[in-house]
Design a protein around this ligand. Sequence first.
Ligand SMILES: NC(=O)c1ccc[n+]([C@@H]2O[C@H](COP(=O)([O-])OP(=O)(O)OC[C@H]3O[C@@H](n4cnc5c(N)ncnc54)[C@H](OP(=O)(O)O)[C@@H]3O)[C@@H](O)[C@H]2O)c1
Length: 273
Amino acid sequence: MASLTGKTVVVTGASSGIGKSIALTLAREGASVFLAGRDPARTKATADEIVAAGGKATAEAFDVTDIDRLQGFVAKAAKAGDGLHVMVNAAGLEFPGALLKGDPRRWKEVLDTNVVAVAVGSQAAVKAMRAAKSEGHIVTISSIASKRADGGFYSASKIAVNFIMETLRAELENEPIRAVTILPGAVGTNFARNFPAEFVNGFAKAAGIDAEVRQGDVLPDAVFDTLNERAAAILAKPQDIADAVLYAIQQPITLNISEITVRPGKSITLPSD
Ligand SMILES: NC(=O)c1ccc[n+]([C@@H]2O[C@H](COP(=O)([O-])OP(=O)(O)OC[C@H]3O[C@@H](n4cnc5c(N)ncnc54)[C@H](OP(=O)(O)O)[C@@H]3O)[C@@H](O)[C@H]2O)c1
């Protein structure tokens, strides 16, 4: 029997990249996945892929900065799934560049998405886990940017989220609920959608992909499959991050795999001004 059969999982950010790979991976392990994204078509596409492979998935598209929608979605998943076992906070974004050149309105968006929504989703998940008296894991996708001061406001948001997860871990020590923080290095996904087009096009060209991407474009998975193969030395794959999540949640509940860093062999420099 697959290791997550009978388990209910919520994954945010599941319409793309890392969250999508986590949703597909946990579904393959037998979990019933309640997945959320922002773009309705791509969110549904992840659910369709799971169902086509024989898995169980329910999709809803909404903005995670909408506190009521996020709380409602987690509660709905727990009710439909007879409890909640894993909450994965993967939704996130970056507007790269130096702090002193940043747009304060963007800072609010990053803070609400990368930090506040993680706390909201995690709080709602713990409430559901406690109500069902089930063992559970709260998993958040942070970043190695939280270890550096050159990532502008994004680094600060990921430092904040690490601290929230460490606080959760401590608050939950006497309960069978574990807090897991995953810190990826560079992963080939649509995460670069807000990066300068020259950077993205130059990067793609160096990997032999002739793309003419505009800032804000969301690219199909096939582009990243090629990119991640060709640039494997400097990019981890979404599946590598999903494998780390699966490892952490499969450990005995008496253990807390509190932090895992997954980075490619070589580092790259991201746009910083
Ligand atoms: N890729 C990397 O190099 C890297 C490295 C370290 C950490 N991370 C972290 O990994 C996580 C996933 O990023 P990714 O690489 O998979 O990027 P991605 O392909 O751009 O996926 C981001 C996901 O977050 C969702 N999202 C963003 N803002 C949202 C909002 N306000 N409400 C609801 N959903 C929202 C997106 O939804 P839509 O697409 O539907 O808008 C998408 O599903 C993020 O937390 C990111 O900080 C990424």
